[in-house]
Design a protein around this ligand. Structure first.
Ligand code: HEC
Ligand code: HEC
Ligand code: HEC
Ligand code: HEC
Ligand code: HEC
Length: 306
């Protein structure tokens, strides 16, 4: 009996500490009530004046409109929101009015991770904007576009992967490849991110397979899984950053096949063709050809992805 008591109190203690630990972390960042407040929290417009090259390149990337995409993403985000009441009888959502951040994270985890810091009021506003933008409202479209993967999402929010080893994110700091002072008036310190120049950094959003952590698992990008399980075991040595940023000075545009330079380095192929005639039946000589196509994928993962 006594053992059991101790066991229970120990569990109680662990739970108390566990919950406390969690709430300290959550309290560190004050949640946003509106989409405007969220955009202000992750505002990286100040970066433009000193890093105009990175800013310009980033503006042309799909990271700069990660809820709009090509714009297939916008349609599919809107459809997913509606599917919560149309297709999922156990989602607990009957209309936009029931939405909370956790109902959208199975997409937002990667397309706009900052949505986790939105209060329900802000989530509902964002969902309305996405639906309106899909239906052609230009002002809504412009606003949705601004909830994206910007400088602060990469150089702060996603800059530490192993938080038990390297500690939590410091919200006053910009993470790069070195330590020192920084000229930005709000972010006066530079710290070294342990992962920024490694594949795992991109892997946080570029997927390993199904996202089983959600009540309704989703699967979208899986390039990082393919990189780990196919490219590396067959002798690949490059990182995502090597092929998508450093080579050919691609920089922060971080392109895929929308850029000719990427298409060029995607495949090795050769075509061999020999033409001949064959006699199908008497008096029926048909022209035909033997064609051998050899194709080798030179990308660091399967293509296409997803
Ligand atoms: C007033 C000018 C200024 C502003 C504003 C500014 N930076 Fe910087 N930043 C610099 C300078 C100068 C350096 C180079 C520091 C060095 O090399 O010691 C730097 C360095 C960096 C680095 C580190 C590069 C490395 O080699 O690791 C990153 C990342 C960075 N800035 C991101 C940002 C982001 C994100 C913003 C916006 C939130 C921003 N900066 C705003 C001037 C600025
Ligand atoms: C916060 C999540 C996140 C991180 C971190 C991230 N990405 Fe992405 N990336 C996305 C999303 C989401 C899209 C797709 C946006 C869309 O089209 O809807 C994307 C699109 C892309 C594309 C397609 C671009 C195109 O023009 O077709 C490439 C390539 C890419 N990312 C490479 C990288 C690389 C390399 C890194 C690491 C340096 C990285 N990403 C880091 C989420 C992320
Ligand atoms: C594990 C991270 C992750 C999750 C979760 C995720 N996505 Fe994606 N998604 C990406 C990345 C990265 C890309 C772009 C690169 C690629 O396709 O490989 C992408 C691409 C897309 C595209 C094609 C983009 C274009 O511009 O053509 C659509 C559409 C899309 N996602 C919708 C969704 C929806 C809807 C959900 C939720 C049901 C979702 N995604 C969940 C990471 C994710
Ligand atoms: C998708 C993630 C992502 C986004 C968004 C992003 N960066 Fe970077 N940034 C990186 C990575 C990764 C590196 C390091 C590349 C490497 O390994 O050299 C980097 C490097 C840098 C550097 C160092 C210079 C260099 O080329 O080595 C600066 C400065 C910088 N970023 C500024 C910015 C600014 C300003 C923005 C917003 C306009 C921004 N970044 C947006 C991922 C990102
Ligand atoms: C050896 C070079 C190389 C490496 C390493 C590499 N990529 Fe790629 N990646 C490419 C090329 C080339 C393409 C363009 C393929 C095409 O034109 O069809 C591409 C395409 C993509 C696309 C677009 C896929 C699609 O179908 O929409 C994404 C997203 C992407 N890469 C992300 C990544 C991420 C994330 C990593 C690291 C985990 C990575 N890549 C590592 C060369 C590389």
């Amino acid at each position: 009996m006594r053992w059991r008591f101790w066991l229970f109190s120990l569990v109680g203690l662990l739970l108390t500490f566990g919950v406390r630990g969690g709430s300290v972390e959550a309290a560190e960042i004050k949640k946003a009530k509106t989409v405007d407040e969220l955009m202000k929290m992750f505002d990286s417009s100040s970066c433009k004046q000193c890093h105009s090259k990175e800013y310009e390149e980033w503006s042309q990337s799909l990271h700069a409109k990660s809820l709009i995409g090509t714009p297939r993403t916008l349609g599919s985000m809107a459809g997913t929101i509606e599917s919560l009441w149309k297709e999922f009888p156990h989602s607990g959502v009957k209309s936009v009015a029931d939405l909370t951040a956790d109902k959208l994270m199975f997409c937002m985890k990667c397309h706009a991770p900052q949505v986790q810091y939105l209060e329900p009021s802000g989530v509902r506003e964002l969902a309305e904007l996405i639906l309106k933008a899909r239906d052609g409202d230009e002002a809504a479209w412009k606003k949705v576009e601004q909830v994206n993967i910007n400088c602060l999402i990469c150089h702060q929010e996603k800059a530490i992967v192993h938080k038990w080893l390297d500690g939590d994110i410091d919200r006053k700091v910009i993470y790069g490849k070195k330590e020192g002072s920084h000229m930005d008036p709000k972010y006066k310190t530079l710290k070294k991110s342990p992962v920024l120049d490694r594949a795992v950094f991109c892997g946080q959003c570029h997927g390993t397979g199904p996202n089983f952590e959600f009540s309704e698992p989703s699967q979208c990008a899986t390039a990082y899984g393919s990189y780990l399980h196919a490219y590396i075991p067959s002798g690949g040595t490059k990182s995502c950053q090597d092929c998508h940023m450093k080579e050919d000075n691609l920089g922060h545009k971080i392109p895929a096949y929308r850029d000719k330079r990427m298409v060029k380095k995607a495949l090795d192929y050769s075509v061999e063709a020999t033409g001949y005639y064959y006699l199908h039946k008497p008096n029926d000589l048909r022209p035909t050809a033997r064609v051998v196509v050899k194709m080798k994928n030179k990308a660091g993962h399967r293509i296409p992805d997803g």
